[in-house]
Design a binder for this molecule. Structure first.
Ligand code: GLN
Length: 265
């Protein structure tokens, strides 16, 4: 059978067919269009047909391959963590500016259609702060910041033990596990004993429970996506605890544009 016939028979889109084929045959994506009439090597047939049929049933490509690119680095993912999204790369950009001291006061930037990164920084201009990534999931925020800013201490928390396992694996993969502390727990509770000034950077669950998703989110952990009728059930306590903590110098969160007013930046 030819490569293209197999993904066409599975009924998946060309771009997904190409990405899966390239990854599973160990080729670049650009290799595929010129070789889609090739016969599939018999030893790869089962792996390809399995991957295509998983995709045909709606499973995200990132879970089928077990990884996803974020900020130019590959991250391991599995269904216990949210798949890193481009919007969160915008959150990381802003976080880097915040820890570099080039942003103060209210911070607000659009990072995708209807999605913003926003927060507030009230620390000193050149104050050294550590970064706490609350609800780290795959660890993409914590690991990227640790890679981009080798001098900044990073703490990554999550309620889920499975997430922390993946986040640690990603930290090891990118050689920053010695610079990130991983702590299990909810909101600011894991850092109760913190002694140094810090900022919070977080992509918490913020999708309203009844939100009619235009994309299939059913394969991802609902606890990482949905947060009450208005999607504010994690954001509001997170921001409240950040403002209250004597060592917290600021926070930056990803959320929907229509949730910003409720955060009273
Ligand atoms: N931006 C994501 C989505 O709409 C949601 C991420 C989140 O809730 N943290 O798919």
């Amino acid at each position: 059978m030819r490569i293209r016939d197999v993904w066409q028979a599975a009924g998946i889109e060309r771009c997904d067919g190409e990405v899966l084929t390239a990854a599973l045959l160990g080729r670049d994506r650009s290799w595929v269009p010129a070789h889609e009439d090739d016969r599939i090597p018999p030893e790869s047939m089962k792996r390809l047909t399995d991957a295509f049929s998983r995709r045909a049933q709606g499973e995200p490509v990132a879970y089928i391959l077990g990884k996803r690119d974020f900020y130019g680095r590959d991250f391991f993912v599995d269904p216990s963590v949210l798949i890193p999204r481009p919007a969160t790369e915008g959150l990381v950009d802003l976080a880097l500016e915040m820890i570099d001291g080039s942003l103060t006061g209210t911070i607000l930037r659009s990072v995708d259609a209807g999605i913003v990164a926003c927060g507030n920084y009230w620390g000193g201009k050149n104050e050294a702060v550590s970064v706490i990534d609350i609800g780290t999931g795959s660890g993409c925020i914590a690991v990227t910041i640790a890679c981009q800013r080798p001098d900044v201490p990073v703490i990554a928390t999550d309620v889920s033990e499975d997430s922390l396992r993946i986040a640690k694996k990603n930290a090891e993969h990118h050689h920053v596990s010695g610079r990130i502390r991983f702590i299990q727990g909810s909101l600011l509770e894991p850092i109760a004993g913190e002694r140094h000034p810090f900022v919070i950077v977080s992509n918490p669950p913020y999708v309203p429970d009844d939100f009619p998703a235009d994309r299939d989110l059913s394969f991802e952990p609902s606890g990482a996506l949905f947060a009450g009728p208005e999607g504010l059930d994690v954001l509001l306590p997170l921001v409240r605890e950040a403002r209250r903590h004597p060592l917290c110098r600021g926070f930056l969160v990803e959320c929907r544009e229509d949730q910003v007013a409720s955060l009273h930046l």
